[in-house]
Design a protein around this ligand. Structure first.
Ligand code: 8DG
Ligand code: MG
Ligand code: MG
Length: 150
């Protein structure tokens, strides 16, 4: 800029993960200015040079201590948060993954950012959901792989 004014805001890339266990997903109650006290997926900002899968594994490990496996790209959403004190815009990349070790339990590694993690049945999700997730659920989005026919 060079004129002393604040830099113009730009869109950022977020990577978030539907971590699946049976018919449940991992959600945590946010402690952030954006979406405070709503239930959201683990995830965060894509760092320079990372693949989506690397970012997913890093963010899940940083936030929950869990190791993920079989990460797969699902979809991307455009999320504009204009009502926030600091307006922001995220292009959010969503992946699904499984636990590398199915007996592993989540830890609250960033208690200043999240109250704690829990497994929630897809048919009985907690409320309120973080609105980008709420919007996907309302639209009928299903993060589970198609069932193999018997
Ligand atoms: P970092 O410093 O660890 O990189 O970031 P973070 O503190 O973990 O960021 P975050 O807020 O958890 O995630 C970045 C953005 O991703 C968030 O502000 C908005 C967007 N986002 C969605 N949906 C979801 C979601 O379900 N969970 C999370 N965590 N972020 C989401 O659009
Ligand atoms: Mg993070
Ligand atoms: Mg996060």
């Amino acid at each position: 800029m060079g004129d002393g004014s604040a830099p113009l805001p730009v869109p950022r890339v977020a990577v978030v993960v539907f971590l699946l266990r049976g018919r449940a997903v991992l959600l945590g109650r946010r402690r952030r200015s954006i979406g405070d006290s709503t239930f959201a997926l683990p995830g965060g900002h894509l760092e320079f040079g990372e693949s989506f899968e690397e970012c997913a594994a890093r963010e899940v490990a940083e936030e929950t201590g869990l190791e993920i496996d079989e990460a797969q790209l699902l979809t991307v959403t455009n999320n504009v948060f204009l009502e926030e004190p600091k307006p922001s815009h995220y292009v959010t990349v969503l992946l699904r993954a499984r636990l590398a070790r199915p007996d592993q339990e989540p830890e609250t590694r960033e208690p200043e950012k999240c109250d704690g993690w829990g497994w929630y049945d897809w048919g009985n999700l907690p409320s309120p959901l973080f609105w980008p997730l709420e919007r996907m659920v309302r639209a009928g989005f299903d993060p589970f792989p198609p069932q193999a026919s018997p």
